[in-house]
Ligand binder design. Sequence first.
Ligand SMILES: [Mg+2]
Ligand SMILES: [Zn+2]
Length: 206
Amino acid sequence: MENQKVLHRTNKLNSQSQIPAIFLDKDGTLIENVPNNVDPQLIEMKIGAIEGLQILSKAGYKLIVITNQSGVARDYFPESALIGVEARLNEILEKADLSLDGFYYCPHHPNGVISEYAIACECRKPKPGLILRAASEQNIDLANSWFIGDNLTDVEAGHSAGCKTILIVKGNQSQPQMSRLGIADYILVNLSIAAQVICKHSVSNF
Ligand SMILES: [Mg+2]
Ligand SMILES: [Zn+2]
């Protein structure tokens, strides 16, 4: 009986100290999609990204990038090139008083040409491996976290990890048709709108 009480109290403490996060796809969501780019100078934030991150950061969410970088396995660029990408992203965000809480990437691809990266891993989206790793390293409350991405593999990864999801679509895509798929919790046009929807959603749920 006494043990059960202690256990219960511990669980409560753990859940209280967990922090919700916004998991962000990089290419086509946070920054303009330039396929396989690792040139820091070509990194350009998407419309609404800075505003969206400011809203979410103020609301208390951790901001964590989750990105597939199979260009490493395919030998398009070395893994070390991603250090420059992360640094440039942080440099841009710092100017807006923002910072990332994590930058997690999957360098693998089953058809890669570099053998150490040519594996069917657990971290390439749509697998939730990177999200789960971030969650355990940073004590994240997955049920109150969101995954925002521009690809259905982002949505699938987010849902597999137990998060809510937002699919970012280009203005010219047929939204009603995508909505009928019923896969993402919301289908929206940019990160700024996504942030507003998340904040409204949180208020109505607490
Ligand atoms: Mg993307
Ligand atoms: Zn991987």
